[in-house]
Design a protein around this ligand. Structure first.
Ligand code: SF4
Length: 64
């Protein structure tokens, strides 16, 4: 699977990084989310889905 972040929607809360630190890093300048693993390896898929569900802005799209 893959994940993408809509940077027009992302507000830099960092919940994604806390939920799936291997998948989402935060831009040091504006704290917007940067996808680190594309595609997402199988062992991180569950964490990535949790992050997508937890994002307060619904900025993360999961692509099966
Ligand atoms: S949780 Fe959502 S809004 Fe917050 S940094 Fe991650 S993608 Fe952006």
């Amino acid at each position: 699977m893959r994940v993408s972040v809509d940077l027009d929607v992302c507000q830099g809360h960092g919940v994604c990084h806390m939920s799936a630190p291997a998948v989402f890093e935060l831009d040091p300048d504006d704290a917007h989310s940067i996808v680190q693993l594309d595609p997402v390896p199988a062992e991180y898929e569950a964490d990535a889905r949790i992050a997508a569900d937890a994002c307060p802005e619904r900025a993360i799209t999961v692509i099966p």
